[in-house]
Design a protein around this ligand. Structure first.
Ligand SMILES: Cc1cc2nc3c(=O)[nH]c(=O)nc-3n(C[C@H](O)[C@H](O)[C@H](O)COP(=O)(O)OP(=O)(O)OC[C@H]3O[C@@H](n4cnc5c(N)ncnc54)[C@H](O)[C@@H]3O)c2cc1C
Length: 412
């Protein structure tokens, strides 16, 4: 079904770390890099997961308000960037707690035990607060466990409606703090690693969407990682070129457990409790409450701007020798498009990553799963084929294809 000459690919690697620009030097002059091929087949599929990103068009919320005799500090609405921004917004929330706290009472309640609640709890503990996390669910049963989890700070997190200079400042502070914290934790204990990523493309220049250009202006210059372009013969992928960059990857199954361990080792408690109404909060003994309930804030605090963005991943058996991220699109001889996203982890290789706005169901979509697996089997067959493939076609723009966003999340 797939013809090598009919393959096309798109440089999707630019859209998440939207700031990357290709640094084309002299493609075609370097030796071919040796990379393990993806080994995909239906027999190797081990699970499909769904998570609902807590998306707000106005961006995340970090602010304090009074609730009778308590101080309530909000820290929620991170969209597709909770893993990337949580240490930073947790630090901003902890600053607000410090302003409101008295020396005589250092108790703080944190609502929620996803990545945002856990990192806020650690930032508070580092400032000497006694933290209790109250939560309905704990890892591995949070949205944070269902993430693709690359460092993608602008993914569905940047305010697109009514951005204010104050919010931009918060975002920049949060991303700087998070980037530093994640780097300091990099290593096997926290499941954070640097990894090369490759974006298949048949075009030398990849133009960015207006959103991506706007987002790019928000990131500090030193976070705008460059890429290099590899030409024909220099890479093993079915595209004319690939853009190679590097990215931090977070493995939620390791990272979230490590954060839970740290919170409890530093004296924190985790209490399973669901809050249905605001008066429920008044029964808490702590004078200060940090709200990190993610999408739960829609019901609990009446924030109707919060919208789910459903994300589905399908996992293959791990391949320890496969140590790169891959993005792109394969084109079938009938003109169909097969989005490719490969994210290797110790608990499996995550394929695909969807983004369906306003969809509340946690049920996997069978058709999406089928298309995702088949696209990656096609890639696997091409990469493992003994015959070298020749790709000469220039791609057509992906933007002509309707409804693709429901199939492929551009967060990466
Ligand atoms: C497919 C997918 C891919 C993603 N990829 C990335 C990525 O590459 N990079 C990135 O940075 N981010 C990514 N994300 C986004 C990231 O996962 C979210 O931004 C992040 O998980 C939000 O964290 P949270 O702690 O706010 O929410 P959650 O993890 O949902 O945690 C909320 C917590 O609040 C609790 N809670 C909620 N309501 C109540 C209540 N009423 N009473 C008591 N407790 C309550 C819940 O039980 C839970 O413990 C991705 C998400 C998905 C689904």
């Amino acid at each position: 079904m797939l013809k090598a000459s009919g393959l096309a690919a798109l440089g999707l690697g630019f859209t998440g770390c939207a700031t990357r620009t290709p640094s084309l030097l002299q493609p075609g002059t370097n030796p071919r890099i040796q990379l393990a091929s993806l080994n995909a087949s239906w027999n190797r599929v081990i699970r499909t997961t769904v998570g609902l990103r807590p998306y707000r068009p106005s961006g995340f919320v970090v602010r304090a308000e009074k609730l009778d005799n308590k101080t309530l500090v909000h820290n929620y609405g991170h969209g597709g960037a909770g893993h990337s921004l949580a240490w930073g917004t947790g630090s901003l929330a902890a600053d607000l707690v410090s302003e409101a706290a008295t020396q005589s009472d250092r108790r703080v309640a944190v609502l929620g035990c996803g990545v945002v609640g856990l990192t806020a709890a650690r930032q508070l503990q580092r400032r000497g607060f006694e933290v209790t996390i109250y939560t309905l669910s704990v890892p591995p049963n949070t949205t944070s466990d269902k993430a693709w989890a690359g460092f993608t700070p602008t993914s569905r997190a940047v305010a697109i409606g009514g951005r204010t200079p104050a919010w931009d400042t918060q975002f920049r502070q949060a991303v700087e703090i998070s980037y530093r914290e994640l780097q300091l934790l990099a290593g096997p204990n926290y499941g954070i690693t640097w990894i090369d990523d490759y974006a298949m493309t048949d075009e030398v220049r990849v133009s960015r969407s207006p959103e991506a250009r706007a987002e790019a202006g928000l990131l500090p210059a030193h976070l705008q990682m460059g890429t290099e372009l590899l030409g024909p013969g220099e890479h093993p992928f079915p595209s004319t070129y690939v853009n190679r960059g590097t990215r931090m990857r977070i493995e939620p199954s390791i990272y979230l457990e490590a954060l839970v361990r740290d919170v409890t080792q530093f004296g924190g408690r985790i209490v399973i409790r669901k809050f249905d109404t605001l008066p429920d909060l008044m029964s808490l003994p702590e004078p200060i409450v940090v709200n990190s309930t993610g999408l739960g804030s829609r019901t609990l605090f009446g924030d109707e701007e919060l919208t789910p963005v459903k994300g589905q991943l399908t996992f293959l058996v791990p391949q320890p020798e496969l140590n790169y991220i891959l993005f792109g699109v394969l084109r079938t001889s009938e003109g169909g498009l097969m989005p490719i996203t490969v994210m290797p982890r110790r608990d499996g290789i995550a394929l695909g990553t969807t983004g369906e706005r306003g969809v509340w169901t946690l049920e996997p979509d069978e058709e999406t799963r089928r298309r995702t697996v088949e696209a990656h089997i096609a890639l696997s067959n091409i990469m493992r084929s003994p015959r070298p493939h020749t790709v000469v076609a220039r791609s057509q723009r992906l933007g002509k294809v309707p409804a693709l966003e429901t199939f492929f999340d551009l967060e990466s």
